[in-house]
Design a binder for this molecule. Structure first.
Ligand code: SAM
Length: 367
């Protein structure tokens, strides 16, 4: 028996150290890491995996207490899960949690993920590190079966969202962006970096679900074999020019003195067909899962980058009109949607001048 607290999450129970994180990026408080706030994040993994109608081998490569592993094995019965962690302290928790849930489709593994993934391939690999996933990307690509899936978390949101530019340039070889769109930019830097790493192995990527949430970015991508697929993915990379005074933005496939931000992933973030199959019933944060699924499904994801309504109101110095009405009116002129990234953010194919003119029109209706 291990010492700890029993957590009931979704349809699963597991033991974690008594001292554990309850929010933020979290840190190791007991001998093994656990963060209660990541329940929604684990819900999404469960929904993502049980939406497949075939068996999948899963490697939870950085499993800590095995909370995600046992939830997946228990709530997505189409999976066979390897719950791996390098820490010897983690293994008794993983083993106890497998026993507790009477799982015969989950086993514990105490390996350095680099050697585990050099010797074994899996249909799905989960990388959930402290901070940046960059040191683990190469191995996860090697260990991923042909056309398999990678789920990659980054909690180093400050560099990715432009608060520490040099750190982002070192880790991701990308120039990040400050401003109201910085979270979408950070998410797209993460995806673009996975595409560039995969291309080294003649592989492309297809993002299926990408999110900016709480204190982290996370993306689920399908790996696609072949030099052609790698070139296709690299073709999705874009650079951006941005003037915070005029709010003017423009995009280019090549960097130049103005298009100095990036490269960002400029392609799609979601596979709506897969999202349609994801079922929130019985998850721990069912309400939030339902809300997020509907936001992801409607989000325009083939046009970077989002705007915040507040940047338009500050620029025009006109009081913000009702957001719902603004989105509705924008849609009469061109494709516009909300974004999961911010409740007051929007994506649109309209130009900045068109946005200004709809904004003024809707604000005028209020007078
Ligand atoms: C943020 S925690 C993972 C949390 C866990 N996925 C969850 O949902 O509760 C990161 C874990 O990665 C493990 N780790 C770090 N480097 C590793 C490596 N090279 N191979 C395997 N595990 C590693 C650490 O021991 C730690 O338990």
């Amino acid at each position: 028996m291990v010492d700890g607290t029993l957590i009931n999450e979704g349809q699963t129970s597991f033991i974690v150290p008594k001292d554990h994180s309850a929010g933020g990026p979290g840190k190791i408080l007991g001998s093994v890491f656990f963060n209660e706030q990541m329940a929604f994040n684990r819900d999404v993994s469960v929904m993502f995996l049980r939406a497949f109608d075939r068996e999948l081998t899963v490697c939870d490569a950085m499993a800590a207490t095995g909370s995600r592993s046992v939830r997946i094995a228990n709530e997505a019965p189409n999976t066979v899960v390897t719950a791996n962690d390098i820490s010897t302290y983690a293994i008794p928790y993983i083993e106890e949690n497998i026993r507790l849930n009477k799982l015969d489709n989950c086993s514990a593994s105490n390996r350095n993920l680099h050697s585990l993934l050099a010797e074994n391939v899996f249909d799905y690999i989960d990388i959930d590190p402290f901070g940046s996933p960059m040191p683990f990307l190469h191995s996860s690509i090697i260990g991923c079966r042909r056309n398999g899936y990678l789920a990659i978390t980054a909690t180093d949101t400050a560099p990715l969202a432009g608060a520490h530019r040099q750190k982002c340039e070192r880790r991701y070889q990308c120039r990040p962006l400050r401003g109201p769109m910085c979270h979408e930019a950070g998410l797209r830097i993460l995806i673009g970096t996975i595409a560039r790493e995969a291309a080294k192995f003649d592989k492309g990527i297809r993002p299926m679900l990408s999110m900016s949430s709480d204190h982290y970015f996370r993306t689920y991508v399908q790996m696609r074999d072949g030099a052609g697929k790698a070139d296709e993915s690299l073709g999705e990379l874009i650079y951006m020019a941005y003037d915070p005074i005029t709010l003017e933005r423009s995009y280019s496939k090549e960097p130049d003195k103005d298009h100095k931000y990036g490269p960002f992933w400029g392609g799609k973030l979601f596979d709506v067909e897969h999202l349609q199959k994801m079922d929130p019933s019985g998850t721990a944060a069912e309400k939030r899962c339902t809300k997020m699924l509907s936001l992801w499904k409607q989000e325009i994801d083939d046009i970077p980058l989002m705007y915040e309504i507040s940047e338009i109101s500050s620029h025009l110095k006109i009081t913000t009109p009702p957001f719902e009405r603004f989105i509705e009116r924008m849609n009469e002129y061109g494709r516009t949607s909300r974004t999961h990234i911010s409740p007051t953010g929007f994506k649109t194919e309209l130009s900045l001048n068109e946005i200004f003119s709809v904004y003024k029109e809707v604000a005028g209706e209020m007078r």
